[in-house]
Design a protein around this ligand. Structure first.
Ligand SMILES: Nc1ncnc2c1ncn2[C@@H]1O[C@H](COP(=O)(O)OP(=O)(O)OP(=O)(O)O)[C@@H](O)[C@H]1O
Ligand SMILES: [Mg+2]
Length: 255
């Protein structure tokens, strides 16, 4: 059974897409079968690969009952459900759909025996698409930067995930807060990390791994590559490999 992980933060530019891409690649390198889902109409995850438009879009799957099998594309050893620009229209149409929060969960059911990990890249909002990812997920990861207003955003995410857990998906758990673009030597970063670690609602669910600031992470996506294919010895490669190891260990799959 696949473990479904939603990568979510309503703030923009916090490393969601970078995390889905490179954590997915790192898990695949550890011989896991990985499916990535681009649930953001910006399509940044999709643009990280050099692919043609899919036969069936994720919007068609969610709203019109299109075949999810036909929306999957093979990209190297990874599988991807890309986003298409029409996702924005489908998001509006989803608002009128009975059971609209459950559409992704329902769509993913036939796939859960084919993959070990399904990683969902959310848009920078807590709208209906992000809620769908939380209803479908076993766990969620919140990537965030160590900055002044990190707290405020986290409040909002924890409120929403609490409601989803109570009302629609009681197995949903926080896999962890993931600090990204971190410069661990600065006192300010250290202080923000400590204050989040001490937050009782986070309950120590913070990854030991943090992702350092690394230009290779930015460049690799622009060259349609994972950081492992682009710069195998970079900090980005090292950190995402470490994160995959931590996640596998938490799932009892590897020491
Ligand atoms: N550790 C890092 N070091 C340096 N740059 C990074 C790092 N992680 C991400 N970036 C860069 O920061 C920018 C934002 O990252 P990313 O697109 O992953 O965020 P996002 O949360 O998916 O954004 P959005 O909310 O717009 O979907 C990108 O240009 C990405 O290449
Ligand atoms: Mg993104």
């Amino acid at each position: 059974m696949a473990k479904i992980i939603s990568v979510i933060n309503n703030k923009g530019g916090t490393g969601k897409t970078t995390t889905v891409l490179n954590l997915g690649a790192a898990l695949q390198r550890r011989r896991k079968k990985v499916l990535l889902i681009d649930l953001d109409s910006q399509g940044n995850l999709t643009s990280s690969f050099d692919i043609d438009a899919p036969k069936v879009s994720i919007g068609e799957v969610l709203v019109e009952g299109g075949s999810i099998q036909d929306s999957i594309q093979k990209v190297g050893k990874l599988s991807l459900i890309p986003s298409r620009s029409d996702l924005l229209d489908f998001e509006t149409r989803l608002a009128n759909e009975p059971g609209r929060e459950f559409m992704l969960r329902e769509a993913l059911e036939p796939l859960t025996s084919s993959f070990d990990y399904i990683l969902v890249d959310c848009p920078p909002s807590l709208g209906i698409l992000s809620i769908n990812s939380l209803v479908a997920a076993d766990e969620y990861i919140v990537p965030m930067q160590a900055e002044n207003f990190a707290f405020i955003g986290l409040d909002r995410i924890l409120q929403v995930t609490d409601k989803v857990r109570k009302r629609m998906n009681n197995r949903l758990t926080l896999a962890g807060i993931l600090f990204v673009k971190l410069n661990p030597r600065t006192k300010f970063c250290q202080a923000v990390v400590k204050s989040i670690a001490d937050d009782v609602r986070v309950g120590k669910k913070m990854f030991d791994t943090y992702i350092r600031q690394d230009i290779a992470l930015m460049e690799s996506a622009a060259f349609h590559k994972t950081v492992f294919d682009y710069a195998s010895k970079s900090h980005g490669s090292e950190d995402y490999a470490h994160l995959a190891k931590e996640i596998l260990k938490a799932n009892g799959q590897e020491a």
